[in-house]
Design a protein around this ligand. Structure first.
Ligand SMILES: [Zn+2]
Length: 392
């Protein structure tokens, strides 16, 4: 791929630092805790329309905040590179935007309105400077990302509705590695109960179905399940697991309680279908309920699927060339430190997705901070990736 210094300089010249900052501030200044992303989605859509992009608002199962999909097409043959970001932030007190000493602060500065503004600027830059020889760019923004308030379903619906590029970049706050694999995650919430009221041990309590013993059996069986799956391991993503982090119940030493709760996680690697995991979980819970005479409500809440990036895909080469052109080196392979929508694009969309954004700090705190230099760097890397990837 030809990423000569003149081309890199043209991209650097086309990326406008002040415009990028302005976009980031305008996104951050609209508070958008997960499930309340409507106003910021409207703001993003209006900005894109004012910038001359074709904008759609697919509802994708969430009428409170329809998603945003903006396209730039060269009108010539080629591939579509998608930039995707979530517009929602975690539920913490709102911090308004400000820029100080070259650093952007505020709710979402790191996670991930800063990165999304950088991606937006990359799309403007390649259009304004006519840098794509073919294909185009699709920019998507959505709500319902952050757990536990969001369940990731709006991005699921976006993909199902066809708002999907040939490759995806996600400007989340990971910049020191190419995330090549990651585990899927589901949260187990198990409630064991029996009919009736709490009873003294010697006044009938000892004859009741024992919810604590049933809970202990669940914990023991989860341990066995963990031993069965632990051999499934990836050198970077780690091993499959079943983990119990909480087990609570009972009020006093000689009383039979009516409820006991167990919760934990199930993590798995790409290639293990979630339906199979769900089946095993249901069987485990059902057997314990049957054997102990208790009623068990077992929930296995899917968060994100496991993924493995296809390293032979042209998107990887285009991205690494762009990164090397900007920073002097390609990124080493590594695990993804969190689960994000990139997992979904790979597992559900069947397209390669690379999570790469600013080296920003303070995600999920009141002290989010992203350096403007980093946001500009991300915009340049995104624009150069598009130039390399989208050509016919
Ligand atoms: Zn995020």
């Amino acid at each position: 791929m030809l990423l000569n210094p003149e081309l890199v300089q043209r991209v650097r010249d086309a990326v406008q630092r002040d415009r990028l900052i302005d976009t980031a501030i305008r996104l951050i200044e609209v508070p958008s805790p997960t499930r309340s992303g409507g106003a910021v989605a409207d703001r993003l859509a209006h900005m894109l329309i004012a910038d001359g992009f074709a904008v759609e608002r697919p509802v994708c199962g969430w009428p409170q905040a329809p998603a945003v999909a903006a396209r730039y097409s060269t009108g010539r043959p080629g591939k579509t590179l998608q930039f995707n970001g979530h517009l929602d932030t975690v539920h913490l007190p709102f911090v308004p935007p400000r820029v100080e000493n070259g650093v952007l602060f505020g709710s979402g500065a790191s996670d991930m309105k800063g990165g999304l503004a950088a991606a937006y600027e990359a799309m403007r830059a390649v259009r304004d400077a006519g840098l794509l020889s073919g294909g185009g760019i699709l920019l998507t923004g959505h709500d319902l990302h952050e757990s536990p308030w969001g369940d990731g379903t709006q991005v699921d619906r976006l993909i199902e509705a066809g708002y999907l590029g040939d490759g995806v970049l996600l400007p989340e706050y990971v910049s020191d590695r190419l995330p090549v694999a990651g585990r899927g995650l589901a949260i187990m919430e198990i409630t064991i109960s029996r009919p009736g009221v709490p009873q003294h041990e010697v006044l009938g309590g000892m004859e009741q179905p024992n919810v604590i013993a049933a809970g202990a059996d669940i914990v023991r069986r989860c341990g066995e399940w963990d031993r069965q799956v632990r051999h499934k391991s990836h050198p970077l993503a780690g091993r499959e697991s079943v983990f119990i982090g909480q087990a609570v119940g009972g009020e006093i030493y000689n009383q039979s309680p009516v409820e006991y709760r167990v919760s934990g996680t199930r993590r798995w690697l790409a290639g293990t279908p979630f339906t199979e995991i769900e089946g095993e979980f249901k069987a485990l819970v059902g057997e314990v309920a049957h054997e102990t005479g208790t009623t068990i409500n077992g929930k296995l809440n899917f968060v994100r699927d496991g993924f493995e990036l296809d390293l032979s895909h042209p998107l990887v080469a285009a991205f690494q060339s762009a990164h090397a052109a900007v920073t002097g080196q390609t990124l080493p392979h590594g695990p993804k430190p969190f689960v994000d929508d990139g997992n979904t694009f790979i597992a559900r969309g069947g397209v390669p997705a690379i999570t790469h954004g600013p080296n920003a700090t303070g995600a999920h705190t009141l002290h989010e901070a992203a350096s403007i230099d980093e946001l500009v760097r991300v915009a340049v890397v995104y624009a150069l990736t598009a130039i390399g990837f989208c050509r016919a």
